[in-house]
Design a protein around this ligand. Sequence first.
Ligand SMILES: Nc1nc2c(ncn2[C@@H]2O[C@H](COP(=O)(O)OP(=O)(O)O)[C@@H](O)[C@H]2O)c(=O)[nH]1
Ligand SMILES: [Mg+2]
Length: 105
Amino acid sequence: MTEQVATDRFIQDLERVAQVRSEISVCLSKLAQTINQAELAGDSSSGKLSLERDIEDITIASKNLRQGVFRLLVLGDMKRGKSTFLNALIGENLLPSDVTLVPQC
Ligand SMILES: Nc1nc2c(ncn2[C@@H]2O[C@H](COP(=O)(O)OP(=O)(O)O)[C@@H](O)[C@H]2O)c(=O)[nH]1
Ligand SMILES: [Mg+2]
């Protein structure tokens, strides 16, 4: 029973993470647009700040967040639940968990 409640909460937390990721993606997209507009305005007045690379980086970050592309590093000692955690995150038993290595003679 307790594990079921914990799982439900975990899934709700994941949904919240996805929601926040989407919100941040929109913010980053607006940020890139604002900087781009400022660069265009600067071009016809005091000069550009050469922020093309930054605009591109922010746009890529926004797109990756929107598409759910991200890197996740999971570190821990052996048998600490890394595979179990990743399987729960993916929603499939993709990684073998509870693997016991038998020493070879
Ligand atoms: N009590 C408890 N056991 C867990 C938890 N997560 C994983 N385990 C158990 O710990 C053992 C090792 O898990 P595993 O995911 O293979 O660990 P890994 O070696 O870090 O990948 C398995 O028997 C799991 O069922 C947890 O949150 N609580
Ligand atoms: Mg493992």
